[in-house]
Design a protein around this ligand. Structure first.
Ligand SMILES: Nc1ncnc2c1ncn2[C@@H]1O[C@H](COP(=O)(O)OP(=O)(O)O)[C@@H](O)[C@H]1O
Ligand SMILES: [Mg+2]
Length: 262
């Protein structure tokens, strides 16, 4: 059975008829998609297609106008953001969001509940602190950042800062990881490293939804691709099928973005 044939009832994420309107703007306009267990779903589309709105609505940052969102069969579209996070969805942001005046390690530790319940002063006395630090260091190692653990987040190179966001998102051990243009602004070497890192973390996480403009990264990592334009799904399937789909080519035509990889 290919992932696209997976029974929807077994999907980690199932989105049905999802719409998010802002006045007259239909950021999402009846989106249907699912992510199967073990699957990495690539999501592409020109700027303004609704990709970030999709992540914002799945995570509860935006309230859906209509439609349903199920995580492991449980309806979550009415839940507040923190509860959706606790149920196992983490994300990274298109614009990096780190605590710049905290260390690299502390930026990962904020993912743990025990850390958030303890003021900084008492953190190192907390009973579960050691386990949290060990786990945070594990994720920093996975993203090649262990040797920068004590550095200030503000001192990180761009690619490292992006990878730190991913380490933090993984530290909560989510069922579903949502990555919003993780390679944006990265140079070629950084993108190649990111591709290797995402391949490596695949085995530690059930399912990933990856939004990307870098078609090399999308091709290298996606089991399946969904293309969006004007809030609608315009194509779905394997890389070749989607990247050569006439609707997809049309959507990218006349934009500065390219659907072909360099
Ligand atoms: N908070 C918001 N208020 C009003 N319009 C929004 C908001 N968020 C997104 N939009 C609109 O929704 C559309 C999709 O935006 P977005 O999801 O950011 O696109 P993408 O991530 O694919 O580039 C755009 O037209 C954008 O202007
Ligand atoms: Mg976006």
């Amino acid at each position: 059975m290919t992932p696209s044939q997976t029974n929807l009832s077994s999907a980690v994420l199932a989105v049905r008829g999802l719409s998010k309107h802002f006045g007259g703007v239909k950021a999402l306009d009846g989106i249907d998609l699912h992510v199967a267990p073990g699957e990495l779903l690539g999501v592409i589309g020109p700027n303004g297609a609704g990709k970030t709105a999709l992540i914002n609505t799945i995570t509860g940052f935006y309230r859906a106008t209509s439609g349903s969102i199920e995580l492991d069969g449980q309806e979550i579209s009415h839940l507040p953001m923190h509860q959706i996070g606790r149920l196992g969805i983490s994300r990274t942001f298109q614009n990096i969001r780190l605590f710049k005046r905290m260390s690299v390690l502390e930026n990962v530790l904020v993912a743990f509940k025990t850390y958030n319940q303890n003021p900084l002063r008492s953190f190192f006395r907390a009973g579960s602190a050691r386990a949290d630090i060990a786990s945070a260091m594990h994720w920093l190692e996975q993203l090649q950042l262990a040797d920068r653990a004590d550095a200030l987040a503000s001192s990180l190179a761009y690619g490292d800062a992006r990878r730190l966001e991913i380490a933090r998102a993984l530290a909560g051990e989510p069922r579903l990881l949502l990555l919003d243009e993780p390679a944006a602004g990265m140079n070629e070497a950084e993108t190649a490293q990111l591709t290797r890192d995402i391949k490596k973390i695949r085995s530690s996480i059930s399912s990933i939804l990856l939004i990307e403009h870098d078609m090399g990264l999308i091709r290298a990592l996606s089991d399946r691709i969904v293309a969006m334009d004007y809030g609608k799904k315009i194509a779905e399937g394997g890389a070749r099928e989607v990247l050569e789909h006439p609707e997809v080519l049309r959507a990218y035509l006349g934009t500065e973005e390219e659907v072909t990889s360099p």
